[in-house]
Design a protein around this ligand. Structure first.
Ligand code: C2E
Ligand code: CA
Ligand code: CA
Ligand code: CA
Length: 279
């Protein structure tokens, strides 16, 4: 029994070791990739459901390894957060997206918003505000066309700190969206205390919309909540026309998803917007 126990223990720590080694390996690979410009930003258009015209884009990070493989941000963002690399990486994404916004404006795409994802690790960093101000200043991006996306789960922790941070961020002129909305348990009274501009309905609830009658209840609730609080609402992960039509019927003004466009490079976005303008 004793040897079995020991064997069991050995097996356990070895598998844990494998997991940690894998994480450390990926951490180094990510750091190298960042240094060697293997990371890039793509942009997914956001659409006005009534006119079907683009109103903005969300910046999304991509990692393509030298052998051509893509590693999902759902896998490497947590590692970037864990290792602290997210601070530099997040700053780079912000500056890249702001620069792209300026370029789009120069190409004639005015009134176009740029949404940027912000990790909670980044958000809590003591120099976050300074970094944001500097990114806006150095790139010349107009703050009123920049939006930061923070997740609902993030909004749930340390309410007082968040309320203070959001107020300071708002002073720079950028707007704030709550991402993956509907997955947490934010109350109406809590949301009222936050200086936010937009709610983003999580894809899970958009997918459910065409199922049962009850399937659309969360999307419906978020749209109603947005209306009551005077916030814009955008649905993410819209993949088919039926979803788009139901959302529109429910009063959702904005949407994003494969139905309209996949995330694309800056060059592709510029072309896509120009073609659209000629239609
Ligand atoms: P997210 O912020 O919720 O981003 C939306 C994700 O849904 C993106 O995945 C996008 O490509 C995908 N998507 C968009 N439309 C559709 C659709 O119609 N159907 C389906 N099935 N998916 C759709 P992506 O690019 O793989 O990013 C995954 C997550 O990684 C993001 O989720 C975000 O949490 C994180 N992420 C990506 N870029 C950044 C970044 O620059 N900074 C931070 N902190 N996180 C990032
Ligand atoms: Ca997002
Ligand atoms: Ca989301
Ligand atoms: Ca998500």
């Amino acid at each position: 029994a004793k040897s079995q126990q020991r064997a069991g223990h050995f097996y356990f720590s070895r598998s844990m070791g494998v997991e940690i080694r894998e994480r450390v390996r990926m951490m180094h690979a990510l750091r190298t990739a960042f240094g060697q410009n293997q990371l890039f930003v793509v942009y997914q258009p956001q659409i006005d459901l009534a006119t079907r015209r683009p109103v903005g884009a969300e910046a999304l990070l991509r990692w393509q390894t030298p052998d051509g493989k893509f590693i999902s941000p759902d896998r490497f963002i947590p590692i970037a957060e864990y290792s602290g690399l997210i601070i530099d990486l997040g700053e780079w994404v912000m500056r890249t997206a702001c620069r792209e916004l300026v370029d789009l404006r120069k190409a004639g795409h005015q009134n176009f918003m740029m949404s940027i994802n912000v990790s909670q690790v980044q958000f809590r960093h003591p120099h976050f505000l300074e970094m944001l101000r500097k990114a806006l200043e150095d790139t010349g991006a107009p703050p009123e066309f920049v939006e930061l996306e923070i997740t609902e789960s993030m909004a749930m922790e340390e309410p007082d700190l968040l309320i203070k941070m959001l107020a300071q961020i708002k002073q720079t002129g950028v707007s704030i969206a709550i991402d993956d909305f509907g997955t947490g348990f934010s109350s109406l009274s809590y949301l009222q205390r936050l200086q936010i501009d937009r709610l983003k309905i999580d894809r899970a609830f958009v997918t459910e919309i065409t199922g049962s009658a009850r399937g659309s209840s969360i999307a419906e609730m978020v749209i109603q909540l947005g209306r009551n609080l005077g916030l814009a609402v955008i649905a993410e992960g819209v993949e088919d026309e039926r979803q788009a039509q139901i959302l529109q019927a429910l009063g959702c003004p904005l949407a994003q998803g494969f139905l309209f466009a996949r995330p694309m490079t800056a060059t592709a976005l510029n072309g896509w917007l120009s073609n659209d303008a000629l239609e």
